[in-house]
Design a protein around this ligand. Sequence first.
Ligand code: SF4
Length: 483
Amino acid sequence: MGPLRAAAGGLRRSGGRAAPPAGRSRKGASLRRGAPAPPPTRHLFSDPAEIAALRGDLLGWYDRCKRDLPWRTLAAAELDTDRRAYAVWVSEVMLQQTQVATVIDYYNRWMQKWPTLQALAQASLEVVFELAGQMPRTAEDLQKLLPGVGRYTAGAIASISYRQATGVVDGNVIRVLCRLRCIGADSSSPAVIDQLWDMANALVDRSRPGDFNQALMELGATVCVPKAPLCGECPVKQHCRARRRVEKELVFASQQLFGKPTPVPDVEDCGVGGCPLCPPATEPWDSSLGVTNFPRKAAKKQPRVARTASCVLERRDCHGAPEYLIVQRPSSGLLAGLWEFPSLPLAQGLQEEEERQALADHLQAWMGQPVVAKGLQLIGEVVHIFSHIHQTYVVYSLPLDGDVTLDPASSSSRWVTEEEFYASAVSTAMKKVLKACEKQHRKESSPGKGSKRKRGAKTQGASSTGGGTQLSLYTFLRVPTAP
Ligand code: SF4
């Protein structure tokens, strides 16, 4: 796995930029989906004079107030286009994983170690060799040719590094645009996301696209924040329809208070039933929320429940220190490219013995030799919550006293020391798995600590020469003979 992907997987995701929707086409949403009429103009930026004013207000504010960040300094000072694009790419990948404050240190260290795409390519054979060290020059090519680069990252690199007038949509931009134009439909729905991309592309400043995009994101990160936006300090407040709506509501409330129930026409309402960008009729305006009525997300789905059997295969090196076998996950899907202990997703509702047998069969197919289910030591269960999956790992361990010959057609694998394991691109869940295993082994090796297993008892198939509970691989893999 390339270091860039490793960083993407290894950094903690904690409130950084929301992963942008990737791979959508750029034509108008309504054309693509082949039907609905264009949304009412109140949700759009259709007045050229207002667009020009908004660009000027936002860029003026950005020039005065922008944060001093290493990737911005580098992008502004670097004359070499490839280096500039590479520097922006690295920052954008990292910013999608975690917060700005956390990224700064990672970024500086990364750029010291791999200052160019060529340096990165030397460190990993998996990174962009076909490009001969040259970054693609447009958002379209970046998305098409660079592994793992979606629409947002491509737009950010192209606008910041090449001054291509293309918009970006990340979590901050979604929030700002939804407030500016009172978009209250589910902001994670494809229809709304498409509309926001169209809007971002229409709004982006033609002469300073990179600065404009960064300014919009900066506004969302520092002023138009999720919970308590600083509307009084906002450079684009005069263009903000959410704020205008709050003001109207206040006027209406005060009129009611003084017994003047003059209905204030709700100028921020479309008056169009079924508007695809208005809040659903079932979720009316909540005056206690003010501008934070926007954006809205559909209620979260309950996370999917999943069980996976994981086996910590362990051997001792020549000094008696443990080494673990890890394998690489596929290059797409959940935890793409990360390393893990050999694992098998389990069907729901299996009994413990069935789960154990399924894992033994899986290991057997993988190693090409018989594996005895009863030889797998059950360590316990480790729960890890992903955003959309409630994952339980059923942890087994299997001590070995030699190498195993793995099917070369299966995924990459390697033996690692404990230190190397923690330094590898492994998920937090796998770190928990190893910790559970080590804890259990400590319990077993410290007398009187109440191990569930009877002290001194040998696991089935234990080597007669290995001492303790260490298994001989040969013995373990041997097909059991009838008693
Ligand atoms: Fe956001 Fe308030 Fe500015 Fe509107 S006025 S864009 S809600 S900070």
